[in-house]
Design a protein around this ligand. Structure first.
Ligand code: FMN
Ligand code: MN
Length: 448
């Protein structure tokens, strides 16, 4: 069995690496839990396991994959290898299908029908502009009603009643296609929500993939993810989830849902969204609830960093064989790309930036640096921008380009200006080009 195969085994890995902090002080589900987690993320702190949440019988974990360090731990590689590991996992050729098993730890506790009241689950109210408690860290399992293939996605869910959630669903999602088919037939779409998971499954669910995303998780782990049939739905659900909520989207029913902190760092609107009726709630003994702080680093990492970096890498590698690294930093909310190249032609950095723009519409700023710049350190990138860029010569604009409709600087159709910056050293402008540097040490060896 892979070292990490469920949330519990991942917590062990995090704890060994000094990337887990157990918070014993009581915290409120409303705002306080998210405030602590958001502060920890911006202070580059460990991921919190809240062991004492007021009114919750269960501990709550968050910020699993909220940094390059924890993405690397989740994927079992070094920080700079994350993009290659993801590139391999996302190639359909490497997909490993899930494996069916009969039993699952979460079948130990089953509540169905009237026994269910989702308001008793520890669902946080995260940000002060959010419309109420939302499940943000649940992975939605569904199935193509025509081909029968499985699908994973994230769909935030707002508590609406004891057995009812509002279920956010954008236009171009697979689940939307499945629901369209069922609505034309006047039938329900069954869904299940798995909470508390191996981060390989969390990472897979954020990717756009034309097959069952569980194959991505299988590719990451080198073996098929164990799945088991639902208690009230005909779906293959990760067997080692901590908590499972089963139910269906009712055909042709919509209700107001939102607002919630969005990936770009602003609050969104209230949407007219499908309605999710719950038929069962199940959990492992002593389960751990998991959440994602919306509009913050983990949300961006899962949705915009890990699934997109491989695509950008293949585009920039197409125009330059000398790419040394690529990162979509979480603080750019998926709109910024940083590429390191060992340039051998003065025009190469600008071509690399153009390639990044064509890889994905979201990218509106591409900074190209030399390999001596740490692309994971905003301070280092800022240093390169400040000391290696002549704004008159090294910057170019692409006005009127297509961006993401939710880019806050774009017009309603997503049209915006892109900017490419060649932040590589232009030898010859000045004589001094030798950079000050110190050896990077492991501080754990020196501090207490
Ligand atoms: C944390 C997180 C929350 C998300 N929330 C939503 C959401 O509420 N609605 C939505 O349509 N997409 C949401 N997304 C994006 C989709 O889940 C994601 O694009 C996924 O790949 C869609 O799956 P599909 O390609 O199988 O449709 C979210 C992504 C992340 C990482
Ligand atoms: Mn899909």
């Amino acid at each position: 069995m892979a070292r990490i195969h469920d949330l519990r085994s991942f917590l062990e890995v995090l704890e060994e690496a000094g990337q887990l902090v157990r918070i014993r002080k009581p915290v409120s589900l409303e705002y306080e839990l998210a405030d602590v987690a958001a502060t920890l993320m911006r202070e580059s702190g460990p991921a919190p396991l809240f062991e004492n949440v007021v009114g919750s019988p269960w501990p709550i974990f968050t910020s699993a994959v909220a940094s390059q360090t924890r993405a690397a731990l989740a994927l079992g590689c070094k920080k700079h290898e994350v993009v290659q590991v993801m590139q391999r996992a996302l190639d359909p050729i490497n997909g490993i299908p899930p494996v069916r098993v009969d039993d699952a730890p979460w079948k130990a506790n089953v509540r169905v029908g009237d026994e269910v009241d989702v308001r008793t689950l520890p669902i946080p109210v995260h940000a002060r502009g959010d419309g109420g408690p939302f499940i943000t860290g649940g992975v939605v399992v569904s199935k193509d009603p025509i081909t029968g293939r499985g699908n994973l996605s994230y769909n935030r869910m707002q508590v609406k009643g004891p057995r009812v959630f509002g279920f956010n669903l954008n236009e171009w999602r697979h689940v939307r296609q499945f629901l369209d088919v069922q609505e034309a037939r006047g039938e329900r779409l069954e869904v299940a929500v798995a909470i508390g998971l191996d981060p390989a499954i969390m990472i897979a669910a954020g990717a756009r993939y034309d097959d069952d995303e569980l194959r991505i998780a299988g590719a990451i782990r080198g073996e098929g993810v164990k799945v088991t049939r639902g208690v009230t739905v005909d779906l293959d659900i990760p067997a080692e989830a901590e908590i499972v909520i089963e139910g269906y989207l009712a055909p042709n029913e919509r209700a107001g849902e939102g607002p919630l902190a969005e990936f770009h760092g602003y609050f969104g609107d209230i949407w007219e969204s499908p309605v999710f009726y719950v038929t069962a709630v199940c959990w492992r003994d002593n389960p751990i609830f998991q959440t994602i702080i919306p509009g913050w680093d983990e949300h961006v990492y899962l949705g915009n960093v890990l699934p997109r970096e491989p695509l950008l890498l293949s585009y920039v590698q197409h125009v330059s064989k000398r790419v040394a690294g690529l990162h979509i930093p979480p603080y750019g909310n998926g709109f910024t790309a940083i590429v390191a190249i060992d340039k051998d032609n003065p025009g190469e950095p600008k071509n690399v930036a153009l390639a990044a723009f064509t890889a994905h519409v979201n990218i509106k700023w591409c900074i190209v640096v030399d390999p001596d710049v740490n692309i994971y350190d905003p301070a280092d990138v800022m240093w390169a921008l400040t000391t290696r860029v002549d704004w008159g010569q090294d910057v170019f604009l692409v006005p009127g380009a297509q961006g993401h409709e939710m880019d806050p600087t774009a017009d309603m159709r997503g049209v915006h200006t892109k900017i490419g910056v060649d932040a590589t050293l232009h030898k010859g402008r000045r004589e001094y080009t030798d950079r000050v540097s110190y050896e990077w040490v492991d501080l754990k060896e020196y501090l207490g």
